[in-house]
Design a protein around this ligand. Structure first.
Ligand SMILES: [Zn+2]
Length: 66
């Protein structure tokens, strides 16, 4: 039977894993605007992609890559 210390440690691990996962998905879902479209490398300003199609393409390829 698990005691309270075990439960607390387990919960802490889950929290940490969730935080890491959240940070990971935050950075990977929102690439920074760098002056070029991340998908087709067209020069754009103030956005990471020139349009929704490019964003979808990029996400599909990113998902396929892992
Ligand atoms: Zn593009």
């Amino acid at each position: 039977m698990a005691d309270f210390a075990d439960l607390a440690a387990e919960r802490e691990q889950q929290e940490t894993a969730r935080a890491i996962e959240a940070a990971r998905s935050r950075t990977s879902h929102e690439p920074v605007a760098c002056g070029l479209c991340h998908n087709c490398e067209e020069v754009i300003e103030g956005a990471a992609f020139c349009d929704a199609d490019c964003r979808d393409d990029w996400e599909l390829r990113r998902r396929a890559a892992r």
